[in-house]
Design a protein around this ligand. Structure first.
Ligand code: FES
Length: 153
């Protein structure tokens, strides 16, 4: 067993646990997209960045193993700044088509953008759009990305 402190709470986790496992055990929510407890760790999205004492930069909670005596902050200024930065980056080229999107409001990106994103973006450039490819009669996409303020590539 390994002892650590997460958001000021001391707890013990099994050897080989990640910070995300420890946070879940403590009932602390860390925002994430690519993490799922039943899948192998991808660590692609970087939405789960947290502050770890003595680490020079925020670390992904889903891919960072717990070490003895580790001190983790999931809601410190550094962690929140990192999470907001990732969210802003993810939204740079995301189409502005929430009202007509297939997800119909059941969207984790939308939920996390409200909870962990900034109220505005520093990017004023046109968004990138990828046109639908003709994949044959069996493949059809009814939702087209918004083309307002977009650049087609
Ligand atoms: S959840 Fe995607 S990098 Fe951790």
């Amino acid at each position: 067993m390994l002892e650590l402190e997460i958001d000021g709470r001391k707890l013990e986790v099994a050897d080989g646990s990640t910070i995300m496992d420890a946070a879940n055990q403590a009932g602390i929510y860390v925002p994430h997209f690519c993490y799922h407890r039943k899948l192998s760790i991808a660590a692609n999205c970087r939405m789960c960045l947290v502050e770890v004492e003595k680490a020079p930069k925020p670390l992904p909670a889903c891919a960072t193993p717990v070490t003895k005596g580790m001190k983790v902050s999931t809601h410190s200024e550094q962690a929140i700044t990192a999470q907001k930065g990732v969210m802003e980056f993810l939204l740079i080229n995301h189409p502005l088509d929430c009202p007509i999107c297939d997800e119909g409001g059941e969207c984790q990106l939308q939920d996390l953008a409200v909870g962990y994103g900034a109220s505005g973006s520093r990017y004023a450039e046109m968004k990138r759009v990828v046109n639908n490819k003709n994949l044959g009669p069996l493949m059809h996409s009814s939702a087209r990305p918004s083309t307002r303020n977009c650049r087609v590539t």
